[in-house]
Ligand binder design. Structure first.
Ligand code: FES
Ligand code: FES
Length: 155
């Protein structure tokens, strides 16, 4: 077993894992954070998205020992108020993709300059959704961007 200490949702956390344990399983089974979902288990669907050092990453592909000394944030760390535009636009239907979509969407909201070089659909391409046709997701992010710009005094 390997001892791994990392920062989880802002708090120092230590777990004992074997070298093949996935971060997804550590979060869900050892640390009682079930918000991170398993879809494909193969790095294709984005249901297991977390932030590692502030960047979206697929927890199903990351051995837990690799986050030693790093910062991990899960959907449980998000401010629910920031997710209102996604709910209002119909982006959250069955909910299977929602944690991953929410993390990627808020990552985009936190750095809107990405939209100078990428479209929203490109930035969301790693998060698959079988329910919405993506229109509600894109609309929700646009709404969030508009509301954020208004709060910051831009139009
Ligand atoms: S469960 Fe990790 S990408 Fe699908
Ligand atoms: S809301 Fe059902 S998979 Fe996205």
């Amino acid at each position: 077993m390997i001892e791994v200490t990392f920062t989880l949702n802002g708090s120092p956390t230590t777990v004992q894992v074997d070298d093949t344990e996935r971060l997804l399983d550590t979060l869900r089974d050892r640390l009682a954070l079930p918000g991170t979902k398993e879809g494909c288990g193969e790095g294709e669907c984005g249901s297991c998205t977390v932030y590692v050092d502030g960047l979206p990453a697929n927890a199903c592909l990351i051995p837990t020992f690799q986050v030693k000394g790093r910062g991990v944030e899960t959907v449980e760390s998000l401010d629910p108020a920031r997710l209102a535009p996604l709910h209002e636009s119909g982006a959250t239907q069955c909910g299977a993709c929602t944690p991953g979509v929410a993390l990627t969407a808020l990552w985009i909201l936190d750095q809107p300059e990405l939209l100078k070089t990428h479209s929203l659909r490109e930035l969301m391409a790693g998060n698959l959704c079988r329910c919405t046709g993506y229109n509600g997701i894109i609309e929700g992010i646009r709404k969030g961007l508009t509301e954020q710009a208004a709060r910051e005094g831009r139009d």
